[in-house]
Design a protein around this ligand. Structure first.
Ligand SMILES: Nc1ncnc2c1ncn2[C@@H]1O[C@H](COP(=O)(O)OP(=O)(O)OP(=O)(O)O)[C@@H](O)[C@H]1O
Ligand SMILES: [Mg+2]
Length: 532
C-alpha cells in the first residue's frame, strides 16, 4: 500500500502537482492519466521512492515493483533469466548453491562437511522461495511477454532495448510485489503480449497504478482513475472504472459550464441593478453590497477548463529526389548464431508508403537501422538514390543527444536555419520559452517523441524511416502527428503495431520479415499489424 499526503511535485521551476493526498491500496487498480509532460512519470517515480516530493510525504508498506518508462541500465552482464529470478532473491541462492557444490568435493573433510550442510540449508531456502518450480514459472511469464527460452539464457547486453524492457516487466510480475507501479508497460510489446498483460493485470490482487496510453488496457483493467491535470496542477481522483470516468468527466464539464453561465447571468443582473441604485445617495451602501455579491457569485464557480494544447503540425515538403531514392539488395544480418533475416531486397519509390511487418524479433528495427546506416549489414548493401535525404526516427530516441539542450539538438539537425527559425519550429511543436534550454535528458517520453519528430521535419527528408512513432504519445498528439504524416509528400517506411497508424498512412506496399517478401498492401495484412 502507498499513501501520499500533501505531496507537491516540481520539475525545475515548474509546479506539476500541488498538495495532493491519495492512496493506492490492495485491490485498487488505478489508471494514472494526463497529457504528455503532465508529470505522470515524475509522480510514479516519487511513489516508488526513486525521487523525493518537494513537499509532503509518501509512505510505503509492503513491497513495491516499479517499471520505469525509460529502460534503465544496470549490470548488463547478467543473464536475462537470472535478472528475472533476482526479484525473489533466487539468483543469489542459485549462485551460492553452485559455490557450495564446488566445495563439497574439497579434500579437507571439515570444509567439505560445511559445504554439504550449507548446500542443504540453501536448498531448503530455495524450496521456501518457491523452489525449482519458480524457474519454470519465470520462464512461462517471460514466454507470455514474447521472450523465448533462447533469449533467457543470453546476457542482457545482447538484447534489444525492447527485449530488455520485457525482461524488466517479467521481473516485476514475477516478484509478487504487493503494489505495482507500471509506466507505459505496453511499449515494445506485441499484440499477444499486450492481451496477455491485460488479462494478467485484470486479475491482479494487490495494488496497481498503471500509466498507459493504451485505451483498451485502462478500459479493461482499472477500477479507479487519477487524472493529473497539468493546467491546474491538481490530481483529480475518480473512484470508478474507465467508461464511467469518461462519462463523469463529461457530466462535470457540462455542470461547470451550466453553473458558470447561470452565475454570469445573475451577476450581470445584480450589476445592472447596482448601477441604477448607485445614482441615489441613500442606496449607495446597498449598491455596494450587490456588487460584492456579484463578485462572490463569479468567484464561486469555475469557468470552462482549458483544453490541453496540441501541436498543429504540418511537415514541410521534402527536398526533390530521383524516382527511387532508396534501394537495398541482398541484406542479411545475424547476431552471433542468431540469423535475423537473409537476402532481403527492397526499393523505396519517391513518395511511397511502405509498412514493415513481422513478429517479435523478426528484425523490423534491425532493417530500419541498416537502411538508416546506423548499422552495417553482414551481406548486401543499401544504395542511396539520386538526391536521397533520410530522416530516421528511432524507437528508443537514440538519435537525440540527451546531454545537450533542445535548441542545441536543433542546431545540429538544421544548421542552415537562423536561431529565430529554429525556435519557431520548436514552438510549433509546443516547446516554447525556457523549454528550449532544457537538457533533452529531462524530457518526458512524449516530449522526446515530439522533439525527435521536430528534428525530422526540419531536415527536409524525402524518405522517413519511422520505428514505432506513436508510442508514448497522448491521444490528442497522436492524432495530430498521424494527420501530419498522412499529408507528408515524401516516402515513409513504417514499423508499428498501432493499427490506427497504418490506417492513417494508407500504405501501398508491405514488407514481411523475416522472409523479406515485398507485396502490395491489402486489407488482409491489416490483421497482421497488431500481431507484429
Ligand atoms: N530537471 C528538470 N528540469 C526541467 N523540467 C523537467 C525536469 N525534469 C522533468 N521536467 C519536465 O517535467 C514535466 C513532467 O515530466 P514527466 O516525465 O513526469 O511527464 P509524463 O506525464 O510522464 O509525460 P509522458 O506522457 O510524455 O510520459 C515535463 O514537461 C518535463 O520536461
Ligand atoms: Mg511519462
Amino acid at each position: 500500500m502507498i499513501v501520499a499526503s500533501g505531496i507537491e511535485l516540481r520539475a525545475g521551476a515548474r509546479l506539476l502537482l500541488a498538495d495532493a493526498s491519495f492512496q493506492v491500496a490492495e485491490g485498487d487498480r488505478v489508471g494514472l492519466v494526463g497529457r504528455n509532460g503532465a508529470g505522470k512519470t515524475t509522480l510514479a517515480k516519487v511513489l516508488a521512492g526513486h525521487g523525493q516530493p518537494a513537499a509532503g510525504t509518501v509512505r510505503r508498506t509492503g513491497s513495491v515493483g516499479y517499471l520505469p518508462q525509460d529502460p534503465r541500465t544496470g549490470d548488463l552482464d547478467v543473464l536475462a533469466l537470472d535478472r528475472i529470478l533476482s526479484a525473489r532473491g533466487l539468483d543469489e541462492v542459485r549462485n551460492d548453491m553452485r559455490k557450495a557444490e564446488a566445495l563439497m568435493s574439497d579434500p579437507d573433510p571439515a570444509k567439505a562437511e560445511r559445504a554439504i550442510r550449507r548446500y542443504g540449508s540453501l536448498s531448503d531456502r530455495l524450496a521456501v522461495l518457491g523452489g525449482y518450480a519458480a524457474e519454470s514459472e519465470a520462464a512461462s511469464l517471460a514466454a507470455s511477454l514474447g521472450l523465448p527460452d533462447r533469449v533467457l539464457h543470453q546476457p542482457l547486453h545482447t538484447l534489444s532495448g525492447g527485449q530488455r524492457r520485457r525482461v524488466e516487466l517479467a521481473r516485476i510480475l514475477f516478484s509478487d510485489a504487493q503494489t505495482l507501479l507500471l509506466d507505459e508497460p505496453t511499449n515494445h510489446l506485441d499484440a499477444d503480449s499486450i492481451t496477455w498483460l491485460r488479462d494478467h493485470l485484470k486479475n491482479y490482487r494487490g495494488g496497481l497504478l498503471v500509466i498507459s496510453h493504451d485505451v483498451e488496457l485502462v478500459e479493461q483493467v482499472v477500477n479507479k482513475v487519477f487524472l493529473l491535470d497539468a493546467n491546474r496542477s491538481v490530481l483529480d481522483v475518480y473512484n470508478v472504472g474507465w467508461k464511467a470516468y469518461l462519462n463523469q468527466r463529461e457530466a462535470d464539464e457540462r455542470r461547470r459550464h451550466r453553473e458558470r453561465t447561470n452565475a454570469e447571468r445573475q451577476a450581470t443582473a445584480l450589476q445592472l441593478q447596482a448601477d441604477k441604485m448607485r445614482a441615489k445617495a441613500t442606496k449607495a451602501k446597498a449598491a455596494q453590497n450587490m456588487m460584492r455579491r456579484a463578485e462572490r457569485l463569479l468567484e464561486g464557480t469555475e469557468g470552462d477548463r482549458q483544453a490541453d494544447r496540441v501541436a498543429r503540425l504540418r511537415f514541410p515538403d521534402p527536398v526533390p529526389c530521383g524516382r527511387t531514392p532508396l534501394t537495398a539488395t541482398g541484406l542479411s544480418k545475424s547476431y552471433g548464431s542468431l540469423e535475423v533475416f537473409t537476402d532481403v531486397d527492397l526499393a523505396i519509390d519517391r513518395g511511397s508508403r511502405v509498412v514493415v511487418l513481422g513478429l517479435n524479433g523478426a528484425g523490423k528495427t534491425t532493417l530500419l537501422r541498416l537502411l538508416a546506416g546506423v548499422e552495417k549489414p553482414d551481406t548486401g548493401m543499401v544504395v542511396p538514390g539520386h538526391g536521397l535525404r533520410l530522416g530516421y526516427y528511432a524507437q528508443e530516441h537514440e538519435t537525440l543527444d540527451t546531454e545537450r539542450s533542445l535548441i542545441e539538438n536543433m542546431r545540429t539537425a538544421a544548421p542552415e536555419l537562423t536561431d529565430t527559425e529554429q525556435r519557431k519550429v520548436l514552438g510549433s511543436f509546443l516547446f516554447s520559452g525556457d523549454d528550449v534550454d532544457k537538457p533533452v535528458g529531462v524530457l518526458s517520453g512524449g516530449e522526446k517523441t515530439r522533439l525527435a519528430l521536430a528534428l525530422l521535419v526540419v531536415s527536409g527528408a524525402n524518405v522517413l524511416l519511422l520505428d514505432e512513432p506513436t508510442n508514448n504519445l497522448d491521444p490528442a498528439s497522436r492524432e495530430e502527428i498521424l494527420a501530419a504524416l498522412a499529408g507528408f509528400r515524401g516516402a515513409i517506411v513504417l514499423v508499428t503495431h498501432d493499427e490506427g497508424a497504418v490506417d492513417a498512412l494508407s500504405p501501398e506496399r508491405v514488407i514481411v520479415l523475416p522472409e523479406g517478401t515485398e507485396d502490395t498492401w491489402s486489407a488482409d495484412f491489416a490483421d497482421l499489424v497488431a500481431l507484429a
